[in-house]
Design a protein around this ligand. Structure first.
Ligand SMILES: Cc1cc2nc3c(=O)[nH]c(=O)nc-3n(C[C@H](O)[C@H](O)[C@H](O)COP(=O)(O)OP(=O)(O)OC[C@H]3O[C@@H](n4cnc5c(N)ncnc54)[C@H](O)[C@@H]3O)c2cc1C
Ligand SMILES: *[C@@H]1O[C@H](CO)[C@@H](O)[C@H](O)[C@H]1NC(C)=O
Ligand SMILES: *[C@@H]1O[C@H](CO)[C@@H](O)[C@H](O)[C@H]1NC(C)=O
Length: 460
């Protein structure tokens, strides 16, 4: 069975659920496509824009082409050339993008090292192809070289490199810029409402819209789920994707500390997943790109359709944020991992409490590939644009067009296999793209309840 239609669809109505990077960029791209010229386009989100707990909304996101996979490295490099446009009206303007440089390090002899070495050869090759100056990427072959380049007195680790062409984005500001582009098309209607389920045709072989929390029905010819880490609550993605919680801490700095650290590069330790974003407005961010926490919840099977034998109740991992858990803090193991990371990366910075903490949710897939595809069961009426796997934000200026291409059955060839609906499901979704640090298999509320902190210093 082919999972792509022969010609582009021209639906009367298209409903995009979710106004994060994937949903908003899709709205923008579809608004310019001839096949959607007469389509009514609606974007729905459960929270007013920008949704404070969406993964696209935060103080910063790393913008890097430093990937071990050449396809993502290439697309990221294309995105980055747009982030680098810094006129006030452009994406990278008004402080939305800062090219601080990125130091990637790993201890020799673990999985992180392999990723860093592959990523190094990709960025060297990309820079050569793009005519970027040779000294933009420099190998850091020893502890001493790393320490010298980071310039904070810390930054051990055995091997790494600096890519001076990598930077970071003010993520929330980037989303507001994208929203302004969408508003300017005057093609898209925004609504704030939570979808509680998809609507199915009587035979169950088509999605005909959504049911909202207030029980109102919103019909649509074509529904796109861009609901990030919440997607497994609306469609059965077991074995394909799940939400994993990632920890962030914000540290208040004095003016003198801001002055001293303001020009440091970003530092990402691929052995632990811990990373530091240079401070802005006297706040430094430390976070972990790790396997994360699962938050298993029993829900009624969202894919149930009459006449099919399916389990009534399923267990899936879904986000827990301050929206549904106002008192949410960080588990002790995370606090301790962050303390250690700060000590090793910024040894001269005196310890202090966080000014704020946050658990942010990745939409993880086993390979860290996105899921950008028609759902095979619903006759082209349901499309998924999700599976960001902790690296989707940087693609803000390019992913919408890729998604629209996939909708029009012209998915970029290098991503056709990567983004398709996988027939083979895994028992347990664990992202193994070589980039993750920390422990595997942590469950959020178990870690919250622990008083003894297990060692977090290396991959187990
Ligand atoms: C801590 C952290 C660090 C990251 N770091 C980086 C990085 O350095 N570089 C990078 O490129 N990427 C990074 N990422 C990944 C990147 O942020 C994500 O891949 C990307 O933002 C995902 O966008 P999205 O649109 O899929 O999801 P989201 O931005 O979460 O958007 C989904 C939207 O759907 C809405 N929604 C959900 N359910 C419903 C419902 N039932 N009804 C209505 N609306 C609903 C939500 O409110 C939300 O607004 C990071 C992610 C996290 C969490
Ligand atoms: C990265 O983490 C490893 C493992 O804990 C540690 O040995 C190394 O010193 C860290 N590197 C940096 C730059 O902090
Ligand atoms: C339900 O919510 C939608 C979207 O906010 C709104 O348009 C509609 O009027 C609401 N319906 C009821 C019955 O409150």
């Amino acid at each position: 069975m082919s999972s792509s239609p022969a010609s582009p669809p021209s639906p009367k109505s298209a409903l995009i659920v979710g106004s994060g990077v994937f949903g908003l960029s899709t709205a923008l791209a579809l608004s310019t496509r001839p096949s959607f010229a007469t389509t009514t386009i609606t974007v729905l989100d459960r929270l007013p824009f920008p949704a404070h707990d969406a993964s696209s909304v935060d103080s910063s996101r790393i913008i890097r082409a430093d990937y071990a996979d050449p396809a993502y490295a290439g697309l990221a490099s294309k995105a980055q050339s747009i982030w680098r446009q810094t006129e006030p009206s452009q994406l990278g303007g008004e402080g939305r993008y800062s090219e601080s440089g990125l130091v990637l390090v790993a201890d020799t002899g673990n999985g992180g090292e392999h990723y860093v070495r592959e990523s190094y050869s990709n960025v060297v090759a990309l820079n050569k192809r793009n005519g970027v100056a040779d000294n933009s990427v420099t190998e850091l072959p020893s502890k001493e070289a790393i320490a010298k380049t980071v310039g904070t007195g810390g930054g051990s680790g055995d091997w790494g490199y600096i890519n001076r062409c990598s930077g970071w984005a003010d993520a929330e500001a980037g989303m507001k810029w994208l929203r302004a582009q969408v508003d300017a098309t005057k093609r898209v209607t925004f609504k704030t409402a939570e979808v509680i389920s998809l609507l199915y045709s009587p035979s169950g072989d088509k999605v005909t819209g959504v049911r909202l929390k207030n029980n109102t029905i919103l019909e649509a010819d074509f529904t796109i789920l861009a609901t990030g880490a919440w997607t497994p609550s609306l469609i059965d993605l077991r074995g394909r994707s799940q939400a994993t919680g990632q920890v962030i801490g914000y540290i208040p700095l004095t003016d003198a500390e801001q002055e001293k650290l303001g020009s440091m590069p970003m530092l990402l330790n691929m052995s632990t997943g811990m990373f530091i974003i240079p401070p802005r407005n006297n706040v430094l961010k430390v976070a972990r790109h790790g396997y994360g926490y699962t938050n298993p919840v029993a829900i009624s099977n969202p894919s149930s359709s009459p006449g099919k034998q399916e389990e009534k109740e399923i267990i899936v991992s879904l986000p827990a944020t301050t929206h549904n858990h106002p008192d949410l803090t960080l588990p002790p193991e995370a606090q301790s991992a962050m303390k250690h990371a700060l000590q090793s990366m910024l040894p001269t910075l005196p310890a202090r409490p966080f000014s704020a903490t946050k658990i942010c949710w990745y939409t993880d897939t086993p390979t860290a590939d996105f899921i950008i595809t028609y759902h095979p069961n619903y006759n082209k009426s349901l499309f998924l644009a999700t599976g960001g796997s902790g690296h989707g934000y940087k693609f803000l200026p390019v992913i919408g067009d890729c998604i629209a291409d996939c909708i029009e059955s012209r998915c970029p060839p290098e991503f056709r296999e990567k983004w398709r609906w996988r027939e083979n499901v895994v028992d347990n979704v664990v992202t193994e793209d070589g980039s993750r640090g920390g422990r595997r298999g942590m469950v959020l509320w178990d870690e919250m309840a622990r008083t003894h902190v297990p060692s977090t210093s290396s991959k187990i």
